[in-house]
Each structure stands twice: as C-alpha cells, then as structure tokens.
Design a binder for this molecule. Structure first.
Ligand code: CJB
Length: 829
C-alpha cells in the first residue's frame, strides 16, 4: 500500500477507537444515541424492547467494524475461501451470542444496569431468526459460529425469507400454524446492501450462435428478478474475525418490460413486477419431503445464481484465469438443495467464459463438495424434467450433457449392466422423468460427506451403494457438532462459570478438548454439590416457564425428562407417549404403599409437525389428551406430569436443555443421520436415553455406554426385523397401552384410529412394538439411577466431560483439512 493510503488507514483506525469504546459510559452513550436517533424514541422514556433495539444497534456497530477489518484483511491476503451454500440457517437470537463472542457482555450488562435495565430482560425481547426447519439448519448456524471463531476465511450464503418457520399455536391440543412475519420491527443484525444486487434470470429459450467458426449455446431468458444482498456479520469468539452470512432477497428488476408499460396496462404491469418478490418470501416448512413445486425450484436457482455471481465477481477482482478457481474457491453444497450450482458453474464457464467442456468440468469438479443429511433414498430430491426444462432450459441441457458423459464413462468401467446404469443415472426415467440431484452432486463432487460414522456406513451399504463401489475414495464422514458458545456459554451461564472455575480457565470455550479435564474432579464432593446446585437453578427457571405456559406447577425434585425435536414418526415421540401411558397405568394400579417408590417425573415434549403431516399432528394431539388426563388426576399428583411445550424453537431449546435431567433420542436405528440435539444435552450434563443410532454410537464411545441408558434394535438388526413383520409379537404391555388409546380411554377414539393402525402387527414400520420392552427397561434403569443422586451427578459430569468431540469446532477443523483445503486467516487486532 502507498504511504498516503497507509496513513489514511491508520487515521481511520484512530477514529474507530475514538468512536467505539467499550467502557461503561461509552456503551451507555451509544445505547442512548441509538434509542434517540436510530429507533427514534426519546432517551428519557423507552421500554425494554426499545432498549433491546438501542443496545443491538450499538452491538451492530462493533460487529460492523470487525467485519470490515476482517474483509479488508481477507482481501489483502487472498486466501482460498470457503463458500457455504445452504437454503436454511437457523440462527435464533443474536444479541447474547454476539456480546459474548465480542467479549463485552459484562460491560454491556453493567451499562444497561446504569440505565435502569436488566440485560437478561432486555435480551428476552429479541425474536428468533427462524430461517430453517430443524437440525440441518441449526447445524449450519453452529458451523458459522465455528468458522468465525477458528478464523477461517468463509462466507455463508442463504435466502432472506420474509416468513420464517411458522409459529406453532396449540388450540384444544391441535397444532395450528401462524405465519412468522419476523421482520415487522426491523432487524438490527442485518445490513441492507442495495448496491450489491444481481439480475437472476428464468425461463426463455436456448439458441445456437456461431462465433469464430464454433457453435455456442445462448440462453435467452424470459424473466429477470433482482437479488439484493443482506449481510449478517457473524463474530468469532476470542478473535477479531467476523465473517459474513449473505442472504438474498428478491426485488423486482429494473430491466422491466417496456412493452407492457406501453400497452397502457400500467397497474397490471406493476402487479406483475411485484410478484418477483414472492420468490424469497417463504421458507418451505416440510422437513425432508420434496415436492416438485416451481416456486421452490425458483428459490433454489435464485439463491444459486445470485451467490455465484457474487463469488465469481470477487474471484475476478484479483484473478483472470479460471484455472485458479479451485485454488481460491471451495463451494460447499449443504444437502442437495443448492446443487443446481453445479450446472450454473458449468454454464458460466462454457457459455460465458467460453472454456471448452472438459476444462470447465475439471474446474467445476474440483471446487464443489457435498454433504448429505439423509438416510432415506425416498427423501432424495428429484426435479421433474418438464419443470426444470421450462424454468431453466439451458441448465437442463447441461445436466443431460453431464449425464451423457458420465454414462459413457460408466459403461466403459462396468460394461452393459443396464440395471446399475439406470440406478446411477442422473436422469430417472419413469412416469415422471426427473433429475436426481444427489446423483448429480456425487458425480461432480470429489468428496461426499455423511454426518456421522453410522450415516457413512448407511450411505455405503444402502443409499449410495452403487456410487460407493465405483468411487470409494469419495465417501467420507464428518461427525456433526454444536457450538459450545451458544449451547453452554450463552444458554447455561451458571454451568459455564462452574466449568471455568474447575478447569481453572475459560479456554475450553475455544479449545473444547479441555472439557475432558473435568474427569479428574468427577468424584470431588464440592464439584458434585455445585454441579447439582446449577442444575437445580436451571430446573427452577424451566419450572417457572412451564407454570407460566400451562399453569402446571411441577416439583423440582422430579426428574425432568425431555424430548424436543421435530415431530416425526421415525423420531418416535409416540414411543415416548406410550411409555408415559404405561407409567400412568402402572401407578394407577399400584398399592398406595408402593407409590412411595415411584420416581416422580415431569415429562416434557416439544416440537413442530410439518403442516401437511397428518400422523405427526395426531401425535401432538395425543400428547395433549394424555397430559390432560394425567395432570388432572388427583390420584397421581407429583408422581407424573406431562407437558407439551408449544412453539419449540432455538430460544426455547436454550431454556429447556440446561434444565433437563434426562433427554430422549428414540429414532428407530438407521433413521437419524446424526442428531445434534443429543450433543447439546450432553454438553449440559443431561443423561441420554437413546437408541444406538446416528451420532449416539460415537457418543457412547466417548462417554461410555454405562453413562447412558441405551435400548432398542441395532442398525444392522432393523432390516431383518422388518422382514419378519407380523410375526414379531409386541409385548402385552404395549398391546395394552395401544388398546387404551384405541378404545378411547383418552377420548378422540375415531381421530386416533389411523395412528393406532400404524402400530398393528406387520404395519409397525418403526418397530415401536419390538423396542417397547427394552425401552421400558432403559426407563427403569434411569429411575434406579436417579434415586442415587451421587451416581447421577457422576454420570452427568462425565457426560459434559466427554462432549468435546461433539463441538462444531471439531467438525469444522475436519472439513477445513480434509474437504475444503482452507487455512485460518486471522485478522490482527
Ligand atoms: N436433517 O434436519 C434435517 N432435515 C432434513 O431435511 C434432513 C436431515 C437432519 O440434519 C441434521 C444435521 O446433519 C442431522 O443431525 C439429523 O440427523 C438430520 O435428520
């Protein structure tokens, strides 16, 4: 840099220092300034929400400063960058997480105090950013936190939905969906970039043109929509780095159709223009089911096209030879949703940059990597050819060409095995001819990742067997992880301080291996006492929440037993409810003297059902009718309570997890690719009651099977059990509780009929009947342990101590080394 420029930069740094100081007086002044000038409320009277806004805008200033410095530094160093493409990011709230990562939480709490506000109360004012459905989307949020913390030069790209995941309302025990129009009161965490916008094109035709004796394909699109960037800074912990999550919103394009204006139909022309905005309006709430909807496909391409224009523009700023593209760019496709990016990169390289096909393909296949999150072949995304050909005619041609070349190559390797060829083809023939996006991704990417060890085994043996046999070296796994910053430091500050005290350092917040150091204190009575105390305080907070929600008073001496996650048949919330009915039934039939031996339980269930998922909605209703019966049975009292927590989301999880004793992960083995909820509970010292599925198998290796309550059929037993079907006799206790539901013991007999039918002999696909007996045994083991508090605490401490492997920091380090080939790029302070 020239001397003059350098001096200017230094002067700017000086200014920043003058503006953004973190002492209590400066923070108070900044908050008040924002209340007065940004929020436009009087600094003399403002409420908690306005205090939240003023505070957040002042945090945002600090984020922006770091974010600018980070990007300036990245630009200077020009490292290989990772671009993380995902249609969903479930960020939840930002305030607490940001001030903790910036290292100024206590200063802010103090400043607020001086102004007459309480940090916790103000932080509660923030709504969740719910731009995702569940595990897959929250995983991305955790990974962004780790990417920033570990100083990786990364960008996230996604969509800025105006309606996030629906809010769940429970009316008479039934789920209703309410739109989440979350941007109503502004969003301090984003920065609108009106100047960062790109045209995205759809429809039209492909024509051939001759250029210098060569015929090239030219796409003449029929519709243009503008993508505008909204940037969301993501601060790392213990570093100056703040990376960017860039979300796109659709706006009408200025390249409007003059003709329609000139025909005099001004109003209709405006209405048509306005329709463009609908593309990024709403997040699809169906977890794992793909319907060939045009709007969804439009969302995917809108997102892919805008992101790639941005990425290529940045690359072009410093490079003019696309052969360097794979050295500077790693593109991560999160599930198949962004996989049109493969065809888009090929289109740009071949049609716009005029590279020949094989050079373009070589470059493309070296930049992409793909992570799949499913174990179900049926859940893999397929796009009907008619739909794709109409919306993106050139992309369809490109995909056909990729497939043609792949099929030729495959034939030369495996010969004329037509069954196998048709299974592996990117194009699926059949009633609805369609494009298999997973096959496209596998063919293109050099690395395909699963999300746990078990998941990888299933990919090899079942889901992508043919591909694995062809290219075994492509298949890897990176066990999912969660960030200890949000899931312990933000959500469980008491535990966090306790851990730091006993480890003698806060370094575990960045270096999670240190958690293992708790093991050496596990038998120390002081630690045990303090550990127990922290749990009790968290349980009291949760109990208060439950009482406010439902009016139900729960006993803090009871075991808080929790299952919170999306409602799905394979996750078997139904098994949990049937277990609760069984417990209720046993208590009812006990001699009064025996009741003293019953371990009191508060069973907590929470989760959303996809709006069109009938059986899942029935499970929610069943939970409510069973709760109604049990909670109002004076005979039962504190021995058993059942609470359904409505509108489960990230911030509810932050409250519930620290206050749980036991958490349940009941998926039929072979169905949960990984599971990440279990990791959050584990870090918080909750004991797990689980099947040996997904990442639980690795958790077992870390904390030891004797520190968990495991049950159920194993992954490799499930297929044979299914084959046996009707001859698998469910135990009598199971038949009895199902009969109670069927016979209307809890009411709604007709309504629950179809739910009960799924449990009949031979139809019980998820093996609830088969697993019921061992489930009850695991529950009994949990009860026996709970009455030995010392043992319970011991197991609890060991759970936290063994949770280090399940930090997203670990996952990200693995990806960085073995998949993306990126290095940290730490912005100097
Ligand atoms: N997952 O949340 C979703 N949605 C999908 O459509 C497919 C998978 C989940 O992804 C998580 C992150 O990898 C996994 O931990 C979880 O097992 C899986 O169900």
């Amino acid at each position: 840099e020239s001397g003059e420029r350098k001096a200017k930069v230094e002067k700017m740094f000086g200014f920043m220092d003058a503006f953004l100081k973190n002492d209590s007086f400066s923070l108070q002044k900044d908050i008040l300034d924002h209340v007065e000038y940004t929020v436009a409320r009087s600094r003399f009277i403002f409420d908690d929400f306005e205090a939240y806004q003023g505070l957040s805008y002042s945090v945002r200033d600090r984020l922006i400063e770091r974010w600018h410095d980070t990007h300036r530094y990245f630009k200077k160093k020009d490292p290989k960058r990772l671009y993380f493409l995902s249609l969903e990011f479930l960020m939840g709230r930002s305030l607490s997480n940001s001030v903790i990562n910036l290292g100024i939480r206590d200063q802010y709490a103090d400043a607020l105090n001086q102004l007459g506000f309480e940090f916790e109360v103000v932080a509660e004012q923030e709504g969740d950013a719910a731009l995702g459905n569940g595990g897959l989307a929250r995983l991305c949020a955790c990974q962004m936190d780790s990417l920033a913390t570990l100083d990786y030069p990364a960008w996230g790209y996604g969509l800025r939905y105006q309606y996030g995941l629906f809010r769940q309302i429970i009316l008479d025990g039934f789920q209703l969906e309410e739109p989440d129009y979350w941007l109503n009161f502004g969003n301090p965490w984003e920065i609108e970039r009106v100047h960062v916008s790109y045209p995205v094109k759809f429809y039209g035709t492909v024509e051939e043109e001759g250029i210098q004796g060569q015929t090239i394909k030219v796409w003449i699109p029929g519709e243009t929509v503008e993508a505008v960037a909204y940037d969301n800074p993501i601060p790392g912990y213990g570093t100056r780095n703040a990376i960017n999550l860039r979300l796109w919103a659709a706006k009408p394009s200025d390249q409007y159709d003059m003709e329609s204006y000139n025909t005099g139909d001004y109003i209709n022309a405006i209405m048509d223009r306005q329709k463009a905005e609908t593309i990024s309006n709403v997040l699809y709430p169906d977890d794992r089911s793909y319907q060939g909807k045009e709007l969804r496909l439009k969302q995917h391409y809108f997102f892919v096209s805008a992101s790639l224009q941005d990425i290529i523009r940045r690359f072009r700023d410093d490079h003019n030879n696309f052969d360097e593209f794979p050295e500077k760019v790693a593109l991560q496709i999160n599930d198949t949703h962004p996989s049109l990016a493969i065809a888009e990169v090929m289109r740009v390289l071949v049609d716009e940059e005029h590279l020949d096909w094989s050079r373009a393909w070589d470059i493309t296949s070296r930049v992409f990597s793909f992570t799949t999150h499913t174990v179900h072949v049926e859940a893999l995304e397929k796009i009907p050819v008619d739909l794709l050909g109409n919306l993106l005619p050139r992309h369809l041609q490109i995909i056909y060409e990729i497939n043609y070349k792949f099929m030729e190559e495959l034939k030369s390797m495996i010969g004329q095995d037509y069954d196998r060829l048709s299974r592996m083809s990117i194009v699926e023939e059949g009633a609805v001819k369609s494009i298999r996006m997973a096959n496209l991704s596998i063919v293109c990417c050099q690395i395909v990742n699963g999300v746990s060890k078990v998941h990888l085994d299933l990919l090899k043996e079942r889901v992508f067997k043919d591909f694995y046999e062809l290219w075994p070296q492509k298949f890897q796994y990176k066990t999912n992880g969660v960030t200890q910053r949000r899931w312990v430091v933000v959500s469980n500050p008491n535990l966090s301080s306790l851990i730091s005290k006993w480890l003698g350092t806060e370094s575990w917040i960045r270096n999670v291996d240190l958690l293992a150091g708790l093991r050496q204190h596990v038998s120390d009575p002081d630690l045990q006492r303090e550990w127990k105390m922290v749990k009790k305080v968290n349980k009291a907070r949760l109990a208060e929440y439950i009482e406010t929600l439902s009016g139900i008073k729960v006993s803090l001496d009871a075991m808080f037993d929790v299952q919170i996650k999306r409602i799905h048949e394979y996750k078997r919330q139904l098994l949990n409810i049937l277990g609760i009915i069984h417990r209720y039934d046993c208590i009812k039939n006990m001699e009064t003297s025996d009741r003293r031996k019953v371990v009191p339980r508060v069973c907590i269930i929470g989760g959303k059902a996809a709006p069109g998922y009938d059986i899942a909605k029935k499970i929610i209703k069943l939970c409510h009718v069973v709760a109604e019966k049990i909670n109002n049975d004076a005979d039962i009292g504190d021995l058993l309570k059942l609470v359904f927590i409505p509108d489960y989301n990230v911030s509810v999880a932050e409250l519930v997890i620290p206050g749980s004793d036991l958490s349940q992960h009941l998926s039929t083995a072979g169905h949960e690719a990984s599971g990440t909820g279990s990791m959050k509970f584990l870090m918080n010292g909750c004991l797990l009651l689980a099947t040996a599925d997904g990442a639980i198998v690795e958790i077992m290796e870390e904390v030891g099977a004797d520190n968990m309550f495991l049950f159920g059929a194993k992954v490799n037993e499930v297929p044979a059990l299914r084959e046996k079907g009707a001859s698998l006799k469910a135990p009598l206790q199971f038949l009895r509780v199902v009969r109670m539901v069927r016979d209307g013991y809890f009411g709604f007999k007709d309504y629950f009929k179809s739910l009960c039918d799924t449990l009949e002999d031979g139809k019980d696909f998820y093996l609830l009947g088969y697993d019921f007996a061992s489930y009850l045994e695991a529950q009994a083991a949990a009860d026996r342990t709970f009455v030995d508090p010392e043992k319970w605490i011991h197991m609890s401490i060991l759970s936290t101590a063994g949770s280090g492997k399940f930090s997203s920091d670990k996952t990200i380090e693995e990806y960085a080394k073995h998949t993306w080939g990126i290095e940290p790029c730490k912005c100097p302070f």
